[in-house]
Design a protein. Structure first.
Length: 97
């Protein structure tokens, strides 16, 4: 989560996309299903192209997405399943995928 925040802070879209993908991969790895991780990783990789290529992607949007990662990591650490579920739902509902 810290890496996505750092990349977002400087508006580095390519670095952000890389860190974002790594974050999602790490979270999904917790499920213990490598097939799920591989499929999600490929879908995530494809969905990142517009983010990287689009000069209109705003730093504020990257920062908002990174803040969601931080909140999710905090909820996972606290083992607050209800908050985790709500945050994941909100994160993917707002995703431009």
């Amino acid at each position: 989560a810290d890496a996505t925040v750092a990349a977002a802070a400087v508006g580095d879209r390519a670095s952000y996309a890389e860190c974002d993908r790594a974050f999602h991969r790490a979270v999904l790895t917790l499920a213990g299903n490598e097939q799920l991780v591989a499929i999600a990783d490929e879908l995530h990789r494809r969905s990142q192209w517009p983010l990287v290529a689009n000069p209109a992607t705003r730093r504020a949007d990257l920062l908002a997405d990174a803040a969601e990662h931080t909140a999710l990591l905090d909820a996972l650490t606290a083992q607050d399943l209800a908050v985790v579920q709500a945050l994941v739902r909100e994160h993917f509902t707002g995703a431009d995928v």
